[in-house]
Design a protein around this ligand. Structure first.
Ligand SMILES: C[S@@+](CC[C@H](N)C(=O)[O-])C[C@H]1O[C@@H](n2cnc3c(N)ncnc32)[C@H](O)[C@@H]1O
Length: 296
């Protein structure tokens, strides 16, 4: 960010009564003390046309920090230009999700970079372009029942919570699942009511979430060499799954659409949402490689 832009954003923050931006590392912690003046609502129409209008609106209505907001807006423009987000709901979801809250403090300076970042436990938060395109591909509408396999930092499900009111997420690493649950609960306590839409649990997501199924949409954020049959079974007919499929370190991100033929047989149509580009993912743990039934 240019110094001129930084000062401009700092001015907006000061003028609207937000916490003064100080050292970068203080900002998210400082905003933690402030309740949200305007709770999330499905009818919220946030300004998107200019960075200044967006930042001013968010500072006033959400008490977030202008420096993070400026970076979030710049990344949003890049996502739109790259066709990683392509609809109004997706724009709002990205712009409303405080990615900094799901990144390690040590990475706050990079949380809106186009990069995956370490979140501890040997795993990462995926980069914003990847999260944007995978989420947009799900074509979510409010009321959709969605499952995420691989909660990690919680950012992906936080983003989903602005698109539908039924989000289920599973994380296999117990202390990480607990830490992320605590992050959601702390944000809910600060007024982020939308995160009440997220149900989370510590389990092996290969087997899905039987009691919460069937799902309209499923997003898998760890890589595997086949589509887990339990996930395909728990996906509704007509449903969409987005999943990184391929050998370790070399996945293709597939959009999988489940349909039923006239004879009732299940059909699975697959397409590569990055046009053939190889995208390495954190592996799906639990020892399920080679467990596929040979279909994928
Ligand atoms: C690339 S990270 C996902 C990032 C995450 N979606 C976010 O927003 O931060 C992949 C996550 O999948 C988790 N994972 C791996 N295998 C899993 C499994 N079998 N079931 C559930 N989670 C799993 C990892 O522990 C890791 O947290």
């Amino acid at each position: 960010m240019l110094r001129r832009e930084f000062l401009q954003l700092a001015g907006i923050a000061a003028a609207s009564g937000a916490l003064a931006p100080s050292a970068f590392a203080d900002t998210a912690a400082a905003s933690a003390a402030t309740a949200l003046p305007t709770p999330f609502d499905w009818a919220l129409d946030i300004p998107t046309k200019s960075k200044e209008a967006y930042v001013a609106w968010m500072v006033k209505n959400r008490s977030e920090d202008a420096k993070f907001l400026g970076r979030r807006y710049d990344r949003y423009r890049a996502l739109m230009n790259n066709r990683d987000i392509w609809d109004k709901q997706g724009e709002r979801a990205f712009l409303m999700t405080p990615r900094e809250e799901f990144c390690l403090k040590a990475n706050w300076g990079h949380c809106y970079d186009s990069a995956f970042l370490d979140i501890g436990y040997g795993v990462t938060i995926s980069g914003p372009h990847l999260v944007g395109r995978m989420t947009s591909t799900l074509n979510l509408t409010k009321g959709d029942n969605v499952l995420e396999v691989g909660t990690g930092s919680g950012y992906q499900s936080a983003y989903l919570a602005h698109l539908t009111d039924k989000v289920h997420t599973i994380e296999i690493i117990k202390p990480l699942a607990e830490r992320t649950r605590a992050t959601y609960d702390a944000l809910i306590a600060r007024g982020y009511d939308e995160f009440k839409n997220v149900s989370s649990k510590n389990a092996d997501g290969y087997f899905g979430w039987e009691e919460a199924a069937p799902f309209d949409k499923i997003i898998v954020t760890c890589g595997i060499d086949h589509i887990p049959p339990p996930l395909l079974r728990q996906l509704k007919t007509g449903g969409i799954m987005v999943i990184p499929v391929g050998p370790p370190g070399a996945q293709h991100i597939l959009k999988v659409v489940k349909t039923a033929g006239a004879d009732g047989a299940v059909n699975v149509a697959r397409s590569d949402i990055f046009g053939g580009k190889v995208i390495p993912f954190v592996p799906l743990a639990g020892g399920h490689q080679d467990e596929g039934d040979g279909q994928l």
